[in-house]
Structure formats: structure tokens, C-alpha cells
Design a protein around this ligand. Sequence first.
Ligand code: HEC
Length: 138
Amino acid sequence: MALDVQIAVVGLAALAVAGAAGPSLRAQQRDTVPDKLAVTEPVYQGWKYYQVYCARCHGENATGGFTAPDLLFAITAEGGVTPDSFRVVVHRGTESKEMKGFDPLLDDELIDRIYAYVRERSAGRLAPGRPHRAPPPR
Ligand code: HEC
């Protein structure tokens, strides 16, 4: 066999091995590495509404912006915003009115979904970025 043909054969064999190893390695990673962008449907909805109504001030990932506070901190015990006060602030706006209320655009259900998104981010279960719906449990 001429040398270049031999090289070509070896190359093809290596490609075949790589092709075979690829998917199974990915499958292993999928099974062992927690997917920090996988969310339930309500949290996904919360992320969507957050992007539409809140992100321009509180930042794309809820970590705060130039003018608005970090919501990941705000909803911790130290930050002091409870699920109930979160609802009230979003309905009515803040006292300073730098943030206007979202009545009647957002009802309790939607606000709770936005809260659920912020809570997942705050608890570190959800990475920054665009989440995706978790696949149904197998
Ligand atoms: C126009 C900019 C703006 C938008 C849009 C906005 N906020 Fe705010 N938000 C602020 C500012 C500024 C503050 C804090 C200053 C103040 O008291 O007015 C604040 C405060 C808050 C607080 C209270 C934080 C604390 O520590 O007390 C919460 C909760 C909150 N925003 C949630 C939201 C949610 C959820 C949305 C989307 C539905 C939203 N905000 C949209 C500007 C905004």
C-alpha cells in the first residue's frame, strides 16, 4: 500500500472512532452534569415575562442594572423581599416611582412565575442565560 493511501485509511479509521465516541460521551455528560439551564414550564414562562418587563432595568440575568437593584440579592433573607412583598412592589411600583407598577399588565399568576424565575437564579439552580424547558422525566 502506498504511504498516502495508508495515511488516508488511518485517518478514516480515526474519524470512525471519533464519530462513535462522540455521541456516547455526550450522553454520559448529559447524565452526569446537572443541566443548569433546564427549567420547568412555569419558570420558563417567568423568564420570558421577566425579559419583556423587567430586564431593561434589572439586567438580563436579574443581577441588577445601572439604575435598578440586583433582584437575586433582593429576594434573599438579607435583601428582605418576600414573595408577598415582591407581588406588591410589582403591582404598585416602588415608593419613589422610579419603578412604576405593572397593574393591570401582570396578574398574580404571572408575577409568581417571574418570582419563580428570580428564585431559581437566586438559589443558584439556574445559570445566567437563556433557559430551556427540561425534557419530561424518563
Ligand atoms: C424602569 C425601570 C424598572 C423596571 C422596568 C422594573 N424595575 Fe423593579 N425597580 C426599579 C428600581 C429603580 C428599583 C429600586 C429603586 C426604587 O425604590 O424605586 C426597583 C425595585 C424593585 C424591587 C424591590 C427591590 C428591593 O430590594 O426592595 C423589586 C422586587 C422589583 N423592582 C422587581 C421588578 C420586576 C419583577 C420587574 C418586572 C416586572 C421590574 N422590577 C421592572 C426599576 C425598574
